[in-house]
Design a protein around this ligand. Structure first.
Ligand code: KG4
Ligand code: ZN
Length: 345
């Protein structure tokens, strides 16, 4: 069988074709048109502009994917939320029309579930044996969540951010420091050359008894720090460099992620830890998770998605859609709706 995946929740227009043979995944297409350059001049994603770009790109991408594959599709999996309403609408309306015209089932996929299933994509994933219960750490531009995954499609929310998401915090810090949009990769790049111990930024909620996070205070701490240095007229030549600011910020942000994740791994006695979302592409985070949690809990399998599957893509949506297909969890084309605030649990 072949699943067509469609993703338009934010600033990536993506179309994928995932073939499933004997319960094994073969990714035939994963076309991603990134709108980063379009939004760069605004310093952030402009929903109306994103939607117009999705409209322009989606049909040619679908045509390209289908032409190259030459096979018949069995189902369409589309991101229905969470995300930007006007952007989600483009993908959902396209999927609705295709489902009607081609008379094939339609599956509404939650974007966060897609980020989890990025870990099932080839070539990394082999078998479901000894995975569940799993702890999922979702770190993206809109979410910072710890979820307990008891089985395919069965989740429990363990903790989440009370304010900003960690990716959003990276983006805002990037903006404060005058770095190119999106801030995440820009800050991460400079952090590689900086001293993570140069500035002792706060680690909000690191010792709180729950599994929640907070990133808005950390962003404010960086804002005050840079303002103070600028007023001293010696930024960035104040002994510490902008690279040090990035490295120190990143260390503070990840210390909290790692502390809470390790605490949840221990308490919930999970068999595996699954990472997902744009921030999961950060190599420092990947290394630190492997070195700390991997060392402390050696029996826990750690799944890190491949870089190309960390950011938004339709392959992960098709992968998540497959499990819904097995359960015949279809939505008739007349009934599918976007849900910009859709919570997985
Ligand atoms: O999952 P994603 O592509 O979109 C959402 O669902 O939000 O995540 C995008 C987020 C942005 O905030 C971006 O700055 C961040 O992921 N990001 C990173 C890195 N690459 C992307 N943050 C830190 N380090 C990175 N290497
Ligand atoms: Zn995402």
């Amino acid at each position: 069988m072949l699943i067509l995946g469609i993703e338009t929740s934010c600033d990536e227009t993506s179309v994928a074709l995932l073939e499933i043979k004997n319960a094994k995944f073969f990714l035939r297409q994963n076309l991603v048109y990134s709108q980063i350059k379009v939004h760069q001049k605004y310093g952030g994603v402009v929903p109306e502009v994103a939607a117009r770009k999705h409209v322009e790109k989606i049909a040619p991408l679908i045509e390209k994917a289908l032409k190259e594959s030459g096979k018949k599709i069995s189902a369409i999996a589309v991101t229905a939320g969470p995300g930007l309403a006007i952007a989600l609408m483009v993908g959902v309306e396209t999927a609705r029309a295709l489902s009607y015209l081609l008379k094939i089932p339609l599956i509404a996929v939650n974007h966060i579930e897609g980020h989890i299933y990025a870990n099932w994509l080839p070539p990394s994933f082999h078998s479901d044996k000894n995975i569940f219960p799993a702890l999922c750490l979702i770190v993206s531009g809109g979410h910072t969540e710890l979820l307990l995954m008891k089985d395919h499609g069965r989740y429990k929310l363990i903790g989440q951010t009370k304010d900003d998401a960690v990716g959003e915090c990276f983006d805002k810090v990037g903006k404060i420091l005058g770095l190119p949009y999106p801030g995440g990769p820009s800050v991460a790049l400079l952090a590689k050359k900086g001293n993570a111990a140069a500035i002792d930024f706060p680690r909000p909620m690191i010792n709180s008894p729950d599994f929640d996070f907070s990133y808005s205070g950390l962003k404010t701490a960086i804002l005050y720090y840079t303002q103070k240095q600028k007023n001293n007229h010696n930024f960035p030549k104040f002994g510490v460099t902008i690279n040090d600011v990035c490295a120190s910020f990143q260390a503070a942000a990840f210390d909290v992620l790692i502390a809470k994740t390790a605490k949840a791994v221990k308490k919930l006695k999970v068999k595996s830890l699954i990472l997902g979302g744009g921030v999961a592409a950060n190599t420092n985070l990947q290394k630190r998770i492997t070195n700390t949690i991997g060392q402390e809990f050696q029996s826990v399998k750690i799944f890190l998605p491949e870089n190309k599957f960390c950011g938004d893509n339709a392959a992960m949506i098709a992968a998540a859609g497959y499990w819904h297909y097995l359960k015949k969890n279809f939505t008739p084309w007349q009934k599918i709706k976007i849900n910009p605030e859709w919570e997985l649990v």
